[in-house]
Design a binder for this molecule. Structure first.
Ligand SMILES: [Zn+2]
Length: 509
């Protein structure tokens, strides 16, 4: 008995020793790293962009050239690669707020928290704020609303991501130099400054309500010295030297985001790459810049299991990376480019049970709008044909917008797929949002329009793409990098190591 005890103690001691040896023997690369700080830092974050999202885009490009291989994205040509874990403090599968906080501050936090500690009491300093202190100009760009979780974690400190109004006030308080992309979700606030006004105003008419209204956060930004532009004309006029700019896309889609790339019209829309390019122009100065660029709708399209829209979002994101690469080629000794993601979404797999070993990614080219645009069309149809809808009309619509049922495109429908579409169409025409949806309904359609998500699923499956979730997954995320300090971002580490490395890189600037 005694012997056993000693053995256990010894084992415990050895284990402790090994653990401490391990950390002594292998100091993190950043502890010993010595080099000058990069002058120009690009921090690209693909929201919901796991390895499979980029690989799907590469396989799609490859298949358009009639090959079985891939055509590399720009981001895949970056010479350094690493992988990292993404879990949040209180959940293995993270969300964009906790993941963004990790990527912005180097600290794990709780789900939905924006750059505050787990208890939501203390703000956590972000790499963008540190860059600002070090004299860099700072830009924050996103294809979703600029007060959304990922961009917010770089400039705001709020207990939850849903406090869009408070976040938008933090935006102009940051004094950062360039905010661009989507708009604001809630610039008007809730119309009341605090609880006591809402009580005193009870039954007292509108005048006092208006007086007590929270100030519009765009107006607040203007009073703090920002210039707000939201037309193509004004955006194009922005030139080197213009400072404290909030540039919002002229036409916003749902959630104050840029329209999906698959729905964007050349000329009328400003793309993520355009916003990135303008950022380079405005931020370039002798003290250097830090720019975070988020591809936010890779996540949204992945939630909806819309493979074609995911791929078009990844391609657009990659174009933004390409503009940074052009800049890098002119300043290779002074630039660092990081391309990463916050988590994977959808459990996207390049393979599906029903398609066995076959892949036909080229079939995705026949989808000509996003699930969102298709749902809008269907909602309109439902409104106009409440009493006389017909499944034949639905089938015509999926033929026109997904190619489904068009044998000349190789998209003939099997009886099983036809039945899936008919069932879903019936559900779409008869269900209401407030209806209780059972487990089966959720597994089939998530929280999406049944007919739309079924069309997305069938096209995905025919292409050889499978989905496991309408939510995020926990698979490790790749990071690609090039330039000054890029060697710190290789290996297998944690998401919090990325800003820790960046902070180390700029601490002696
Ligand atoms: Zn998401």
């Amino acid at each position: 008995m005694l012997q056993t005890k000693i053995n256990l103690k010894q084992i415990f001691a050895i284990a402790l020793l090994l653990i401490s040896f391990n950390s002594i023997a292998q100091p993190s690369k950043r502890d010993s790293y010595k080099s000058k700080a990069p002058k120009y830092i690009f921090y690209f974050i693909g929201d919901g962009m796991g390895l499979s999202q980029t690989n799907a885009a590469e396989a799609y490009l490859g298949s358009l050239e009639n090959g079985n291989g891939i055509k590399k994205l720009q981001l895949s040509t970056l010479p350094n690669q690493g992988f990292y874990t993404t879990y949040a403090l209180n959940r293995f599968i993270t969300g964009s707020a906790a993941a963004g906080t990790a990527l912005a501050t180097g600290h794990k936090t709780t789900i939905n928290t924006i750059s505050m500690d787990a208890q939501r009491l203390q703000p956590l300093k972000t790499i963008a704020e540190m860059a600002k202190e070090k004299g860099y100009k700072v830009g924050i760009v996103s294809s979703v609303s600029i007060d959304h979780a990922t961009p917010a974690t770089f400039y705001a400190h709020q207990p939850t991501r849903n406090m869009y109004y408070k976040i938008s006030l933090d935006l102009s308080k940051s004094d950062f130099n360039y905010f661009a992309g989507g708009g604001f979700k809630h610039p008007e606030g809730d119309g009341k400054t605090d609880e006591k006004y809402s009580l005193s105003n009870f039954g007292m008419g509108a005048t006092e309500d208006i007086e007590n209204k929270e100030p519009n956060s765009i107006k607040v930004a203007e009073s703090r010295g920002y210039t707000f532009v939201n037309t193509v004309h004004d955006f194009k006029k922005l030139k080197k030297g213009d400072d404290k700019i909030i540039a919002v896309a002229p036409k916003l889609a749902a959630g104050s985001a840029l329209p999906y790339s698959i729905d964007q019209k050349n000329g009328a829309d400003i793309s993520l790459a355009d916003f990135t390019e303008k950022g380079i122009q405005l931020l370039d100065n002798s003290n250097g810049f830090f720019m975070m660029v988020e591809g936010g709708k890779i996540d949204w399209a992945s939630h909806a299991n819309d493979a074609a829209s995911v791929i078009k979002e990844v391609l657009q994101f990659d174009k933004a990376v390409a503009t940074a690469m052009e800049f890098y080629n002119k300043h290779p000794e002074e630039t660092l480019i990081l391309v990463c993601g916050d988590h994977e979404t959808g459990g996207l797999a390049l393979g599906f049970a029903g398609s066995h070993y076959d892949s036909s990614f080229n079939l995705l080219q026949y989808q000509n709008l996003s699930y969102e645009a298709f749902s809008d069309k269907l909602a309109l149809y439902k409104q106009e044909h409440a009493d006389n809808y017909s499944v034949a009309d639905g089938l015509d619509m999926v033929k026109e917008h997904f190619g489904l049922g068009d044998a000349s495109k190789g998209l003939q429908l099997s009886p099983f797929e036809m039945q899936q579409l008919k069932d879903a169409f019936d559900k779409s025409m008869t269900y209401a949002d407030e209806m209780t949806k059972n487990d089966q309904f959720y597994l089939l359609y998530g929280s999406y329009d049944p007919f739309t998500v079924t069309a997305c699923h069938i096209l995905s499956h025919k292409a050889g793409i499978g989905w496991t979730s309408y939510s995020h997954t926990a698979s490790p995320i790749p990071i690609r990098s090039i330039g000054t300090g890029a060697s710190l971002f290789t290996g297998f580490f944690d998401n919090t190591d990325i800003p820790k490395n960046l902070m180390k890189l700029i601490e002696n600037k």
